[in-house]
Design a protein around this ligand. Structure first.
Ligand code: EPZ
Length: 421
């Protein structure tokens, strides 16, 4: 079992390049199911979740080839096997994104119920009810969602909640459905825009991605003209901006999609972090002592829930107190007891946390419980006095390409070690 060993106290200095966005790459790769010809993607990050997606696509009947951030997906020719097995789905909830494309391509799908994860129950009821409105019928059999349809047809769908995965599943399903689909209360995340841009570049007819209403007119087939480049990862970028501020350093974050990061950047500036914007980079450094602010996570363009844990790590050492309100997931404070072990002063009350700044954190052995909690513990370790060991770093490997290598480049004293399971 891998861990990261960190000696705190180094101010990060230098340049870090942001990798392709995990949460854009995952739906886009599953979009490859919609094609009966090879598709190629560039700037695909080397992550555990991408490996899991590759395995799942292979199981479904697609050959994949992934080298130097370039991924090719091609039908094997032996036909599509419309079953996403539990042993893969349980390791990555995003596997449910194969449901819409399989129903659109084949009219049938059998996908293991994703089950919950550390941050919450993560149901898929909104995905299923939307697909039912498009003509799919579902049964739950032995922990598998079994779906069937003759031919998906366009429908007017209103989401109770702007679900990111639900919006992506419906967008992909509607591309090959008969007629027009109107999706109201759609999620507006930038990764959804990236998925729409990819699909439209292959002949889909999607309008309004990034807005609350998306219209998709079904077409008979899709065809890729040239490789599609995945957008940069705004969450990885934000994690490094925070690491720069917390360690009293100065870091240039290259390929930083800051136009998609306004909620985070404005909160960082309110904390006294100085951000200077270049054409596709941001330089971050603290402007004196950091001040605490309050944050509330919301669907995009609000403050991203995927930045909550990392921002809280920074709040533990700001002057004053800040309130963190998590409105998206019901259990996304697993990093709190681990930060408290490092000397943070955090009080939980329901979906809120009161963080009182302390002069310093103390290194300690801590455990990652999920991807962003793990990232928060790593950046806390960069600032803590002494040594921090972050266990179960496989969580971080799901969403951060070469995190310790990028941090070493910035001067951090961090290395990967094996620890007994
Ligand atoms: C995506 O998850 C991201 N994952 C998550 O990033 C991110 O935190 C989340 O969107 C919110 O921004 C990927 O893109 C692969 P949702 P998703 O459907 O699609 C409830 C990370 O760290 N809900 O918008 O699963 C759900 O329980 C990961 O990179 C229903 O109730 O998010 C949750 O409370 C973590 N029924 C809320 O909506 C449904 O059918 C948000 O879920 C679907 C969702």
């Amino acid at each position: 079992m891998d861990s990261l060993l960190i000696q705190g106290g180094v101010s990060l200095k230098g340049t870090v390049k942001v990798s392709g966005a995990k949460n854009a790459a995952l739906p886009i790769l599953f979009g490859g199911i919609l094609f009966d010809e090879p598709v190629v993607f560039e700037n695909v990050p080397h992550l555990r979740d991408i490996q899991t997606t590759q395995k799942l696509l292979e199981t479904l009947g697609f050959a994949t080839n992934f080298e130097q951030n370039r991924m090719e997906i091609a039908p094997k020719g032996s036909g599509i096997v419309p079953e996403a097995p539990y042993d893969l789905v349980k390791t990555m909830r995003a596997s449910v994104l194969c449901l819409g494309p399989l129903l659109a391509r084949l009219g049938e799908a059998s996908v293991a119920m994703p089950g919950g994860c550390a941050i919450g129950a993560r149901p898929v009821d909104l995905h299923l009810s939307a697909l039912e409105r498009m003509g799919a019928e579902f049964t739950l059999d032995g922990g598998y969602i079994k779906g069937r349809c003759k031919k998906l047809r366009g429908a007017h769908i209103q989401f109770d909640f702007p679900t990111v995965g639900g919006t992506e599943n419906i967008m992909m399903a509607a591309c090959l459905a008969e007629g027009e689909t109107v999706l109201d209360n759609a999620a507006r995340e930038p990764e959804i825009v990236d998925l729409a841009n990819f699909l439209n570049s292959c002949g889909a007819k999607i309008e309004g991605a990034g807005q609350t209403q998306i219209r998709i007119r079904g077409v008979t087939g899709l065809s890729q003209e040239q490789p599609y480049r995945i957008m940069p990862d705004r969450i990885e970028a934000g994690t490094y901006l925070i690491a720069a501020a917390m360690t009293n350093g100065e870091v240039r974050v290259e390929d930083c999609p800051y136009k998609d990061m306004e909620a985070l950047c404005s909160k960082l500036e309110a904390c006294n972090v100085h951000l200077s914007y270049e054409d596709n980079a941001v330089v971050a450094k603290p402007h004196g002592e950091l001040n605490a602010v309050d944050i509330r996570t919301l669907p995009h363009p609000g403050f991203p829930t995927d930045m909550q844990a990392q921002f809280m790590a920074m709040l533990t050492m700001c002057r004053g107190s800040g309130i963190v309100e998590e409105t998206i997931f019901e259990n996304r404070f697993m990093h709190v007891p681990e930060l408290v072990r490092m000397g943070a002063d955090i009080r939980l009350s329901g979906n809120s946390a009161l963080v009182r700044g302390v002069p310093s954190l103390t290194g300690a052995p801590v455990m990652a419980s999920d991807l962003r909690a793990g990232a928060a513990l790593v950046i806390a370790g960069l600032c803590a006095d002494g040594e921090t060991r972050v266990d179960r770093i496989y969580h971080v490997d799901r969403g951060y390409e070469g995190m310790e290598l990028k941090l070493q480049e910035l001067g951090a004293r961090i290395r990967r070690v094996q620890t007994p399971a």
